[in-house]
Design a protein around this ligand. Structure first.
Ligand SMILES: Cc1cc2nc3c(=O)[nH]c(=O)nc-3n(C[C@H](O)[C@H](O)[C@H](O)COP(=O)(O)OP(=O)(O)OC[C@H]3O[C@@H](n4cnc5c(N)ncnc54)[C@H](O)[C@@H]3O)c2cc1C
Length: 394
């Protein structure tokens, strides 16, 4: 793969940079960082509407449904610039998860009904896969959908449902038949969150924030029109989604930005010339992470080149997920170390945002929530099993 950008690619990169600089304004950034904390959903929707107005909301979609028709290189440039600028990715559940399932496996009526509203961020979606007792072993799920004329009657309990508190719709894996292999008899159902019988219960995470929920279904009536594809074939559709979900989890540009900022902050001198960067053990850990990140970047470029040539993400998506999430956790650990070093120094020398209590507070939150990265999207242990089976033949 040629990774030298053409003049057109460089012009595109400038356009992306310019758009991010002018359009991602301070109020959206403050809201999303939690500094204002009053209207997280409103800030995300406002930003996504700007992306939609620019025509850039769905780079991964086919052009006919509203995609950008960008080359793979342009998609790569866009993602890199987004990460380096510290701009959050779009909320994936609608745009990156259920939409590809709808345009690949849904019928024409479903495409016309759901896709435009996802593009316009009119509907907020959440993902109802995991259940108590069905996480890594997802096919063990027990939420049932019993066929009753024009409706399914859904009963059961989903857990760890991110942003269900904001959601208008949930896409669910439900059991429609029993008595065969557990992967069979699962169906893919779209459920309106305003339907009677649905209860959302918050789960507050270790960082003190609320993004996770339990979603309970008690005799929830779902029209059979909301079934994607064929009844009992939902596992096939769900699997297609999971490989794509993991490919986006390497987050090389985000980690590069965090590492650059870490190095800059670690160079600040306090107490008569001491800086964290001078500590040889800190230096060693920093270099280890930089080398790992560089290796990950080249691995991602290789995967990207094979996808550009028409390939599908295979077990490489597991490798990217494992290394990407481990690297970001290592960076969070160094941020915490940095916070404790400067916290014990002379805080009055330091700007609160830069390295004082604001930085320490943020580093603590990132470290705590960051633990989840090696669990969600399929835990890293399970990804190692995927690699062992697909690559090593174990
Ligand atoms: C922050 C966060 C957000 C999430 N958001 C969503 C969401 O929006 N929607 C949704 O449906 N789900 C969501 N999840 C759930 C997530 O997909 C599951 O947590 C994950 O699949 C693991 O399942 P589990 O929690 O049931 O753990 P378990 O499957 O019980 O695993 C427990 C431990 O055992 C290990 N383990 C399990 N099986 C094996 C094996 N075969 N070999 C080796 N080790 C194994 C796991 O790696 C893990 O360490 C989210 C999770 C988190 C943490």
């Amino acid at each position: 793969m040629d990774i030298n950008f053409s003049a057109e690619d460089l012009a595109f990169r400038d356009e992306v940079r310019d758009f991010f600089t002018t359009e991602f304004d301070a109020s959206i950034a403050a809201e999303l960082s939690g500094a204002q904390g009053t209207d997280y959903k409103g800030a995300i929707v406002a930003w996504q509407k700007k992306l939609h107005a620019k025509g850039w909301i769905a780079p991964g979609w086919p052009k006919e449904y509203g995609g950008t028709d960008w080359s793979s290189t342009q998609k790569f440039i866009y993602e890199t610039e987004r990460g380096l600028a510290g701009i959050p990715d779009v909320v994936p559940f609608g745009l990156k998860m259920v939409a590809p399932v709808i345009y690949t496996f849904g019928n024409e009526e479903q495409k016309a009904r759901f896709l435009p509203r996802i593009l316009e961020s009119e509907d907020w979606w959440c993902q109802g896969y995991s259940e108590p007792g069905a996480g890594s072993d997802l096919a063990a799920l027990n939420t049932t959908a019993d066929y009753a004329g024009d409706n399914y009657i859904v009963n059961g309990r989903k857990i760890w449902t991110t942003f269900a508190q904001y959601a208008d719709w949930i896409f669910c894996l439900v059991r429609t038949s029993k008595g065969m292999r557990k992967q069979q008899g699962i169906s893919f159902l779209l459920i309106d969150m305003n339907t009677p019988g649905i209860t959302v219960k918050p789960i507050v995470t270790i960082d003190g924030k609320h993004s996770l929920n339990e979603v309970l279904f008690e005799d929830v009536k779902v029209p059979t029109d909301n079934l994607i594809g064929e009844q009992d074939k939902g596992w096939t559709y769900a699997k297609a989604l999971l490989a794509h979900e993991r490919t986006g989890m390497a987050e090389v540009a985000d980690s590069t930005r965090m590492l650059n900022s870490l190095k800059q902050r670690a160079s600040v001198e306090v107490n008569g010339g001491n800086a964290m960067i001078d500590d040889p053990i800190f230096q060693m850990r920093l270099s280890d992470i930089e080398m790992e990140l560089m290796a990950l970047e080249y691995t991602e470029l290789r995967v990207f080149a094979s996808m550009a040539a028409g390939g599908m993400p295979g077990p490489e998506s597991s490798l990217l997920k494992i290394k990407g999430t481990e690297i970001s956790q290592s960076i969070h650990e160094l941020q915490l170390q940095l916070a404790s070093f400067y916290g014990g120094a002379l805080p009055e020398n330091l700007n609160a945002d830069e390295l004082g209590h604001d930085f320490a507070f943020e580093a603590r939150g990132k470290y705590m929530y960051g633990r989840a990265a090696t669990i969600y999207g399929g835990s890293n242990e399970v990804q190692r099993n995927v690699i062992a089976k697909a690559v090593l033949g174990l």
